[in-house]
Write a protein that binds this ligand. Structure first.
Ligand SMILES: C[S@@+](CC[C@H](N)C(=O)[O-])C[C@H]1O[C@@H](n2cnc3c(N)ncnc32)[C@H](O)[C@@H]1O
Ligand code: SF4
Length: 361
């Protein structure tokens, strides 16, 4: 039985220059056909699917209107067995939050909101090309709480061009003052096919390793002191508020993914839907194959993925899965530690997690 469902909504109020998620600026003419296509896909995927967690991501799912969200969620409820849902998350951009939308989402069973704040600093928000201000993000957070959303995550980005250490500490403290249940803190990455990547190639901006490492260590210290446990490299939660959906991914559970560019992993097969909204919609409405990538997850792939994901989490990796010499050397160099048969990264190791994973796989 598959217990995780992801739904990708590829629309945004405005496309941010650093973001490589599959998305496009909202276009009202395409939306209804797209929603019909997602519901058609839900019918194909419904067999053997009883989600314990649902995650509406994107893009910006709340770029859909309240009535479109209602149509989509009630449509899914009549096609998929929702009786076991414990966590139902929706991603929101602060510019797309309203009392009415939040109330309707709660009434439809959404019980967790993940909002992309990125920074509270007005100048840095402009650098990121965000469509909202810090003041608007604070107002949107207040709306979510007034309406009664009990479980809220805020996304932050660090390593923004021009960002100072003081600005980052202020962003973290401002976030903690609001007491969100969960905080995701991502280091800005320069992704291919983004405007920021082109500017990086022209030498106008780019990562600064020492500064970014300092910002990452600052996040770990500030958030730990404030009571947020780092349960994955970029994710911090108050006790009991870890994201169950993401824990499912990291533990290698099967999941169903609906929408353009969404992956599904079921019964040893991974499939990706075509990353083009018009093409995705057409293929589903004509009952044609919607995948542009299919792979068998063999034992070696499964092992490699489990190591790479688990290494990033506080549960760590079972030691017997790892090559002994490399694991021992990492422990000796202070990059990792072990206890009760499990192998974990230390703070220093977390700074080098991707390289270490590559070495151990
Ligand atoms: C799908 S978006 C979240 C919801 C909504 N679209 C928004 O932006 O407010 C997921 C998150 O990924 C992060 N993100 C996107 N591109 C990134 C990049 N290049 N580097 C680091 N974080 C990034 C941002 O923190 C963003 O909030
Ligand atoms: S960060 Fe969010 S709002 Fe910006 S383009 Fe990416 S998905 Fe859209």
């Amino acid at each position: 039985m598959v217990s995780h469902l992801y739904v990708h909504i590829p629309f945004c109020p405005k496309v941010c220059p650093y973001c490589s998620f599959y998305k496009e600026a909202s276009d009202r003419n395409k939306t209804q056909a797209f929603l019909d296509a997602v519901l058609a896909e839900a019918e194909y995927e419904s067999e053997g699917l009883r989600p314990r967690t649902i995650f509406f991501g994107g893009g910006t799912p709340t770029a859909l209107s309240t009535s479109q969200l209602k149509f989509l969620i009630t449509g899914l409820q009549s096609r998929v067995d929702f009786s076991a849902v414990e966590e139902f998350t929706i991603e929101m951009n602060p510019a797309t939050v309203s009392h009415e939308k939040a109330e309707v989402l709660l009434s439809l069973g959404v019980n967790r909101v993940s909002m992309g704040v990125q920074s509270w600093d007005e100048e840095l928000l402009k650098t990121l090309g965000r469509v909202h201000s810090g003041v608007q993000a604070a107002r949107s957070y207040a709306i979510l709480r007034e309406v009664g959303v009990q479980n809220v995550n805020l996304d932050l980005i660090f390593g923004i061009p021009g960002q100072t250490h003081t600005q980052w500490v202020e962003s973290l403290r401002r976030t903690v003052e609001l007491s969100p249940d969960h905080i995701s803190a991502y280091c800005l990455t320069y992704e291919e096919d983004t405007e920021f990547f082109e500017r990086f190639q022209r030498g106008e901006m780019g990562p600064q390793e020492d500064r970014d490492a300092d910002f990452f260590e600052t996040a770990m210290s500030e958030l730990e002191v404030a009571g947020y446990a780092q349960y994955e490299i970029s994710n911090y939660a108050l006790p009991g508020r870890e994201c169950l959906h993401n824990l499912g991914y990291w533990r290698g559970s099967d999941y169903a993914g609906l929408g353009p560019s969404a992956f599904s992993t079921r019964s040893g097969w991974r499939r990706r839907n075509v990353a083009d909204t018009a093409e995705y919609t057409l293929r589903l409405l004509e009952a044609r194959d919607r995948f542009d990538f299919v792979e068998r997850i063999d034992e070696a792939t499964r092992r490699a993925e489990l190591i790479a994901f688990s290494l990033r989490t506080k549960d760590g990796v079972p030691e017997q899965m790892l090559p002994q010499n490399q694991a021992a050397a990492l422990i000796q160099n202070g990059l990792a530690t072990h206890s009760e048969g499990r192998f974990f990264l230390t703070r220093e190791g977390k700074l080098l997690a991707d390289g270490i994973a590559a070495e151990l796989i």
